[in-house]
Every structure is written in C-alpha cells, then in structure tokens.
Design a protein around this ligand. Structure first.
Ligand SMILES: Cc1ncc(COP(=O)(O)O)c(C=O)c1O
Length: 379
C-alpha cells in the first residue's frame, strides 16, 4: 500500500463492534463455561423472553439457525410431500432450500423493483396457477418488511399459511408492528452478519399460537418433550447457551446499532443527492415504519465495473444476490427458465450492497459516495 492510500473500508467490520462490548461478552462467556451447561438452558430462555418482548409476540423458540427455523416452521405447519410453498426467488437460498428439505416444492413469484420484496400484486395469480400451495414465505429483505396486510388478506381468504422470513429484519416495523408478529410464525437468523449476530450460528421462531410454539419446542429436540419419548419426528436444532449468552449482551445494544444504521442510510441518501451521483438508493415502502438496514442496497448501471472500481480503491461491497433462486442449478428440476421473473433477474444484475454498519465513520461513508461519483464521471 502506498503511503497516502486511505485505509480500506470493509463491507462489515465486526471487530469494531466486538471491541466495544468485549468485556461484557467475555464475562458472560466465562460464566457459561464455568457453569458447564452448553445446550439450551437459562441463557436460551432469557434470549427467548427478550425476543418475545422485543417483537411483541407471546412465544419465541430458539433453534440452531435461521435455515432450521424455516424448516421447523414448515414441519410444524404439516407442510411436506405433495405441497407447494410460494416465495420470492430474490432471497438467500435458505428460504427455498427449507421448502425442499421439508419435501415440498418451491413456487416462485417475482419481486417489486423498488423494495426488492415479494410483489404481492402477483400473488393471487400465482396461487391460481398453483392450487397445491399451502404456505407463502414473504422475506423482509435487507431489513424492511414485505407488504404484509395485503398478503395476509389474500392468504386468509385462500386458506394459506404465512411464514415470515425475518432473518434480516429484527426490529423492523410494518405500520408500527414489529416483524416477527406479522404472520402465523416468523423465522429469525443470528448469523454473525445480521443486526443481532451471534459468534456462530443461531436462530429463533416467534408466534402467537401456543400450540405451534409447544410443537416447535419439541421439534427442535427430535420431536420430544419428555426425554426418550417422541411425539413427532423432529431434528437436532438446539441453540447453544454460549451463543445465547452473547446475544443477550448484544440485545442491550441493538437499538443504538439500528439507529447508527438508519443514520448512515440517511447520510447516503443526502450525499448521493447533494453530489449528484446517478445511483438509485433503496425505496422505502409506504408500510415500512422502521427500516433496520441490515443492508443498504443501491441499484446501478455497470454494477460489476463499479464493484471492481470500488474494490480497487479498498471499498468492500457485496451482491445480494447474483443468481435468483429459480435459475439455481439445484432447482433446474422445477422447470423455470431465464425470463420467468424479470424483476428478480434485473435486480441480480443491478443491485450492490454498500457498507452500512453502525461504526462506519461519516468520512468513510462520504469517501464511498465520492468514489462512486468518480466512477460515473469517468465512464
Ligand atoms: C433471508 C434469509 N433467510 C434465511 C437465512 C438463513 O439463516 P441462517 O444463515 O441463520 O441459517 C438468511 C441468512 O443467512 C437470510 O438472509
């Protein structure tokens, strides 16, 4: 690196976050290790209680990952062979992967270009074409809720269950209500890059259905409430006490971190407009009353060239997601083809996630905007 090269700006800097909470986290980890109780237990119960309170849902059930949360939700709803599940092709793989794991068939429906979320105006036609659909999984992508009122209305009328994929959206609000309490059951991920991230894998389900919560508690331990007696065939998807202990500490900071992300999002919008940078910042849908910005995703022409330009100047970015799920090799048997979901395919070519983490300094953010501006001036 040359002497005057500015320091790199990563997409996400988890070390900065850890440095600020290191003492609190290490004390909790030490406490769990000294107690030698590693699976479920009081830390997990505390995390479940915090999640219930935070999401305003009566029940929360910890599990091993967001992927497992989706799978467990499908199992608990009795969805399996012969059933279809409608979702967006523009999401992380796990959303549809869970459907296949449950033995059902994913069916896709395109997204709205502005928010990247499921285009609910297309859902009714998709349900008409697929009468075997038993559930819909909207994804609250990047930290903003899908259009839940419209979706819940259609689903209730058609007798279809709704499962929120809230993996990226803890704390997000739709018309003043928190994600996690907007459907029959919701799934969260504590993957380290999430706004509330563990030091490894972790997940959570929320619901207001007591029977479903009871079943989910069993399904995460091989379908058993009483050891060695199995009511259902479940899986091993227990949340570690160590991860729960870390998350209990992090929960105390979540709202201030979210405020930092929101502040950075408003700075991006301001600087893009003031410096006349020709990228499209993310649209915030009318129903979104709290966007938690797990990602700040812009749309841009010449995305790949811009990404290389930024990378050469030490600025980290990511593409969420470069290939929509209907075009993934493993789903070729579903019979989809390029052109089936044009908005998802266009988003895959144009979207670019910029650093938005709460510790990002304003001068770094300004440098990112200026560097993008410089790219467009030279092309
Ligand atoms: C939208 C979405 N769904 C599901 C998952 C799966 O969560 P996990 O990585 O915890 O299994 C993730 C995150 O990785 C995600 O972003």
């Amino acid at each position: 690196m040359q002497k005057d090269t500015p320091p790199p700006i990563p997409l996400l800097d988890l070390r900065a976050q850890h440095a600020a909470i290191r003492d609190e986290v290490m004390a909790e980890i030490t406490r769990v290790i000294d107690a030698q109780t590693f699976i479920l237990g009081p830390e997990v119960v505390r995390l479940e209680e915090q999640t219930q309170q935070y999401c305003s849902t009566p029940y929360a059930v910890g599990c091993a990952s967001g992927s497992d949360a989706l799978y467990l939700a499908l199992l608990a709803l009795g969805i399996g062979h012969g059933d279809e599940v409608l979702t967006t092709p523009y999401t992380f793989f796990a959303t549809a992967g869970a459907v296949t794991r449950a033995g059902a068939r994913p069916v896709f429906c395109d997204i709205e270009p502005g928010t990247f979320n499921l285009d609910v105006s297309r859902v009714e036609a998709a349900l008409d074409a697929h009468p075997a659909v038993k559930a819909v999984i909207p994804v609250h992508l990047y930290g903003a809720p899908a259009a839940m009122d419209e979706l819940n209305e259609i689903a209730a009328r058609r007798g279809v269950a709704v499962i929120e994929d809230a993996a990226q959206s803890i704390g997000a609000e739709y018309k003043g209500r928190r994600c996690g309490g907007l459907a029959r059951v919701a799934c969260f991920s504590f993957f380290p890059t999430k706004n509330l991230g563990a030091y490894g894998d972790g997940g959570m389900l929320t619901t207001s259905d007591a029977g479903l919560a009871h079943q989910l508690r069993a399904l995460r331990v091989h379908g058993s409430h009483q050891r060695y007696y199995h009511e259902w065939v479940g899986i091993n998807s227990r949340l570690d006490a160590l991860q729960a202990a870390v998350l209990n500490v992090k929960f105390r900071h979540l709202d201030s971190w979210t405020a930092g992300r929101q502040h950075n999002a408003s700075l991006y919008r301001r600087y893009f407009s003031e410096l006349d940078v020709p990228v499209i910042p993310p649209e915030v849908a009318a129903g979104t009353t709290r966007h938690v910005y797990n990602q700040f995703v812009i749309r841009c022409q010449k995305r790949d060239a811009l990404r290389s330009w930024l990378s050469e100047r030490g600025i980290g970015t990511e593409v969420y997601y470069p290939l929509p799920l209907h075009l993934q090799e493993c789903f070729s048997g579903l019979g989809y083809a390029p052109g089936d979901f044009p908005e998802s395919e266009r988003a895959a070519k144009e979207s670019l996630a910029l650093p938005i983490f709460p510790e990002l300094a304003e001068e770094s953010l300004l440098r990112i905007v200026q560097t993008i501006g410089a790219f467009y001036r030279q092309v």
